[in-house]
Design a protein around this ligand. Structure first.
Ligand code: HEM
Length: 485
């Protein structure tokens, strides 16, 4: 039946290369232009035919209704696995299901709450450093600062490791992995890592360093027995038995999960935090309101897990940042069989890009989609909006397993920054999006620092009236459900 349907429309592009050049030079503009012209399902010709999807109902069809029919493309899994092996991101079918059963319990909100203080302490160390810079009249690059911070937080939460002495070396090794994967995913000619090009040699050296470090940590933990009193994520993963078979993870499986968590959980949170810093500078009114709430709820002490449910406006602020700048701005899928979406034929084996970026800016579901408006998530304005219109963590069974971890980290770090600094973008600094695997700021985000003074009591009391409180509760719960799929 699907054979009778037309293929989706799309640009003809270059006779041989199709739209491939546009994908490489400026994918967001290429996708946005075609989306406006052809609609929510676009077919791009080229060496590989690509289908762009930017519609909440189509996303639900792929991510929930037919999830087993839409794994990641083989090529994507093969390329990513050179770094992370056969972990949660690169596995499919029963192997993925078994891994998810074993990993997911460690990432539930309650066991994670013990990491709130780790996150707040790391944020404090970063902000102390900023204070020293501010005293010398120097500024920061929010992109590199947040990269360093999220790496430190992951190392401490995963294996209680203090990497401060090797921060540069380990940070570089993780960055080299990401750069390599970025290049590999769009490479026309993808040479195997065994070919000793300078880039491959750098990658293999960085991977060897990370492997050596991670295997040593696993061996040390096995030798000293699993710590059950204050377990870190490594201990939790080591103790995680498959509820169906009782199997524990081997060293190789643990290594693959740890590398997966590094790659999936470091850059995503770092880029989001860097965009939040940028938005703080661009939208002083909304930022002032978020800051007033932080002082009202927390004052100037360190944030704790118990503060989190009360930071309602801040959660809207963060949700809106993730709408405008979803770090995973597109995710890839490949149908195992022919399918029909929106009346069009989608052949088995098509390379599909599900655009979180465009769906989040879809004018049918968002007023003033390019604007920054945290309250767009309030109860009245959210009524009738399809659930898959907001997909920073995608949704369905294969949603982000680190969602609760990410939300806690984003909230604690953003609250900590608001308590201590006003951030201003350096005048004239260019903000240009660089859509690699994650959506980064190409030239970094250079900012100056001004110390915060606590807002007046009147300003604090004016922050949230009762109706807004009620709405915000709905949003926090709603945003959580969206993420959980
Ligand atoms: C703002 C932060 C984050 C965002 C927006 C985000 C987003 C996403 C998205 C969209 C996916 C689905 C990718 C796909 O299917 O192709 C995903 C998967 C995943 N994320 Fe996150 N993520 C974030 C933070 C984290 C953190 C902190 C961790 C762990 C520490 C993490 C671990 C993972 C893992 C392991 C997967 C694969 C899950 C599976 O396939 O079962 N993420 N994430």
């Amino acid at each position: 039946m699907s054979g009778l349907r037309p293929l989706p429309p799309g640009p003809a592009g270059h006779p041989v290369l199709g739209s491939a050049m546009g994908f490489r030079s400026d994918p967001i503009t290429t996708f946005r232009k075609a989306w406006r012209e052809y609609g929510d399902l676009v077919r791009f010709r080229g060496p590989v035919t690509v289908f762009l999807v930017a519609n909440p109902e189509y996303l639900k069809h792929i991510l929930v209704d037919h999830v087993d029919m839409y794994p990641h493309p083989d090529d994507f899994n093969r390329k990513i696995s050179v770094s992370v092996g056969k972990g949660l991101v690169t596995s499919e079918g029963d192997v993925w299901r078994q891994q998810r059963r074993m990993v997911a319990p460690s990432f539930r909100r309650e066991p994670l709450e013990r990491f709130a203080s780790v996150m707040a302490d790391a944020a404090e160390r970063m902000l102390d450093r900023w204070a020293a810079l501010a005293a010398r009249g120097e500024g920061i690059d929010a992109r590199s600062e947040t990269q360093e911070l999220t790496l430190e937080i992951l190392a401490r939460c995963l294996f209680r490791a203090d990497w401060s002495a090797q921060a540069a070396e380990m940070g570089d090794a993780v960055a080299v992995q990401l750069e390599h994967l970025n290049r590999k995913l769009i490479a026309v000619v993808d040479l195997p890592e065994s070919v000793p090009t300078p880039a491959n040699r750098r990658f293999v050296k960085a991977r060897d360093l990370l492997d050596k470090t991670v295997y040593a940590l696993i061996a040390e933990r096995r030798a000293t027995q699993v710590d059950t009193e204050v377990p870190d994520l490594l201990s939790m993963l080591m103790a995680a038995a498959d509820p169906e078979t009782g199997h524990l993870m081997t060293d190789q499986q643990l290594r693959d999960q740890v590398m997966t968590l590094f790659v999936a959980g470091h850059e995503t949170v770092a880029t989001t935090l860097s965009w939040i810093c940028y938005l703080m500078s661009k939208y002083p009114e909304e930022t002032g309101r978020a800051r007033a709430e932080v002082f009202e709820v927390i004052g100037d002490r360190k944030p704790t897990k118990d503060d989190l449910p009360q930071l309602k406006y801040l959660k809207l602020f963060i949700a809106e940042a993730l709408r405008l700048y979803p770090p995973l701005w597109q995710v890839a899928r490949m149908p195992l069989r022919d399918d029909v979406i929106g009346g069009y034929r989608v052949p088995a084996g098509s390379f599909m890009l599900l655009s979180t970026y465009l769906t989040h800016r879809h004018p049918d579901y968002w007023d003033n989609p390019e604007g920054f408006d945290p309250e767009r998530f309030d109860k009245e304005r959210s009524a009738g909006r399809p659930r898959f219109a907001y997909v920073p963590y995608v949704g369905g069974p294969r949603n982000c397993v680190g969602l609760a971890f990410a939300n806690m980290e984003l909230t604690i770090v953003t609250a900590s920054i608001l308590q201590r600094f006003h951030l201003d973008l350096v005048p004239g600094h260019p903000i240009v999006m660089q859509p690699d695997i994650s959506l980064r700021a190409k030239h970094g985000i250079k900012m100056t620092l001004r110390k915060t003074t606590a807002p007046s009591t009147a300003a604090r009391l004016a922050i949230v009236d009762d109706k807004e409180r009620e709405n915000s509760e709905y949003v926090c719960e709603h945003a959580h459900r969206l993420g959980q799929g």
